[in-house]
Design a protein around this ligand. Structure first.
Ligand code: P5A
Ligand code: ZN
Length: 477
């Protein structure tokens, strides 16, 4: 098996390519006998760790990490009307302890608003306690009825990062929404994932929110994937859960809240946006192994090559580069294949010729070759890693740009939406959205598009001719 290349090209058959990569690169095992639940292979889990380290480091700048229970009592869960409506069909219930029926059924959290906010009601006393900004990274459960897919649509989301903030005013909460968007933008920029940032139409906002801003990326088949959302919750939950604080004048006020979440869809996006026909391609920032050293052992310089390779390994390791020394007794070609499949950014080859010339040969995951003198090893590799990050970013953003088109009539919408994402003018009216969605088979993803810049707007609704704003139409995962 080791030397087979991926049989399915990514472009033609994205879905099969995706599944094949997940097992060949040892990311997820899909054979767990419960629908919508998957197992992290150790290699996949090590990617998760580096991606979430990045996310944590961004959050830790002005949030604190916390951990709440998985089980939520039914009476708390049922308090906020909109929230219940949004989630009741997706909740798993624990009804028994052994053979004893529980007095109060317990929900497996589909998200943790109703677990966290009763405690916030106890914790928030005065304006001095605000703002409060906590997050946790936990598993959540959603009984999804649409087609489940590893990392993308799960019934157990294993890597749900949820942040929950409390503020004194509606405006403060709105400002926090902006901060969260900046944070998500930075996170995805570091990963080289291009984003559509837009405001979800009202019928698609988070249950219980004033408004929702979503970040989506475009998958290789032209469908969008929502990879994060930020919600302004107004005072809906604070009124329901009685989260009040005493303001400067000594008056009791209801607080305003936000929440925002990211899941392992972020990892699905990395795999899908950067991967190619040879397998996974990992941006250095999230690669568990950034550099792999493969000694090329031919002729009688064997020992010298091995010794030099080990020295290279030690030097890179002490410089803080995540490096692996592959001295397995298999052919170099098999090793190259193995590490390419796993997306390792840079391979360092060291053979007798390199040794004689006092250098190493490097090949990055996009096939770019070069040499680095042994005396410049660490700075040379750091530059090579940065260059690859940049190369990946540029490649992803060019593809992304070519996947979005402005359509000025229905014919264009219908033809563009087959392969990508379409910007149209829409009057914001639900009736027109229904007509557009019906005619085109795509859905309104969002309005008030912040990125990317879209030009060509006529300002006239494509369905009714009324005054309109740009909306993004897409087929979505
Ligand atoms: C925000 C955090 C919330 O649940 N409560 C706390 C808010 N928002 S959300 O939009 O419903 O979910 C946040 C993000 O999680 C991802 N996601 C999923 N990932 C994998 N499988 C699922 N079944 C699933 N459902 C949601 C999405 O990226 C979403 O934006
Ligand atoms: Zn209209």
């Amino acid at each position: 098996m080791e030397n087979e290349s991926v049989v399915l090209p990514k472009k033609q058959e994205f879905s099969s390519w995706y599944n094949e990569i997940l097992w060949r690169a040892e990311i997820m095992d899909v054979r767990y006998p419960v629908k919508g639940l998957y197992v992290w292979y150790p290699f996949g889990y090590s990617i998760r760790r580096s991606v979430y380290n990045l996310l944590r480091s961004l959050l830790d700048m002005d949030h604190e990490e916390t951990l709440f229970p998985l089980l939520i009592p039914e009476n708390e869960f049922m308090k906020e009307a909109e929230h219940i409506k949004g989630f009741e069909d997706e909740v798993y219930w624990v009804t028994h302890g052994g053979k004893t029926e529980l007095e109060i059924p317990l929900a497996l959290r589909p998200t943790s608003e109703t677990a966290i906010y009763p405690m916030y009601a106890l914790w928030v006393r005065s304006h001095a306690d605000l703002p409060l900004k906590l997050y946790q990274i936990v598993n959540t459960f959603r009984y999804e009825t649409k087609h489940t897919r590893p990392l993308i649509r799960l019934r157990e989301i294993t890597s749900f990062k949820e942040a929950h903030t409390v503020h004194a005013t509606w405006d403060d909460a709105a400002e926090q929404v902006e901060c969260a968007i900046i944070l998500y933008k930075k996170f995805y920029e570091d990963l080289g994932i291009p984003l559509i940032i837009s405001r979800r139409p009202d019928w698609d906002k988070f249950p219980g929110a004033d408004y929702t801003i979503a970040v989506d990326t475009i998958m290789p088949d032209g469908k969008t994937l929502q990879i994060g959302t930020v919600h302004h919750l107004g005072d809906h939950f604070s009124k329901t859960f009685n989260i009040q604080f005493e303001d400067e004048k000594g008056e009791q006020k209801y607080a305003y809240q936000t929440c925002y979440g990211i899941s392992e869809r972020s990892i699905a996006a990395i795999i899908s946006v950067h991967g190619d026909d040879k397998g996974l391609v990992l941006p250095p920032v999230c690669a568990p192994v950034q550099v792999v050293i493969v000694p090329v052992l031919i002729g009688k310089d064997r020992d010298a090559v091995l010794e030099a390779s080990k020295k290279v390994f030690e030097e890179l390791k002490s410089a803080g580069i995540r490096v692996k020394y592959d001295d397995r007794e298999i052919r170099p070609g098999a090793k190259y294949y193995y590490w390419e499949m796993r997306g390792i950014p840079i391979r360092v080859e060291l053979g007798p010729k390199d040794l004689a010339a006092g250098r190493v040969t490097i090949v990055n995951r996009l096939g770019l070759r070069g040499v680095i003198p042994l005396v410049d090893l660490v700075p040379g590799l750091s530059i090579a890693l940065d260059n690859l990050s940049e190369q990946l970013k540029v490649r992803a953003s060019e593809k992304f740009k070519s996947d979005i088109k402005y359509a000025k009539n229905y014919d264009e919408v219908c033809s563009f939406v087959e392969t990508g994402v379409v910007a149209v003018d829409w009057c914001q009216n639900k009736d027109c959205a229904d007509i557009i969605e019906e005619k085109t088979g795509a859905s309104v993803l969002g309005t008030d598009v912040r990125t990317p810049d879209i030009s060509g707007s006529t300002g006239v609704c494509i369905a009714c001719g009324a005054r309109a704003k740009i909306a993004i139409l897409a087929r979505s995962y």
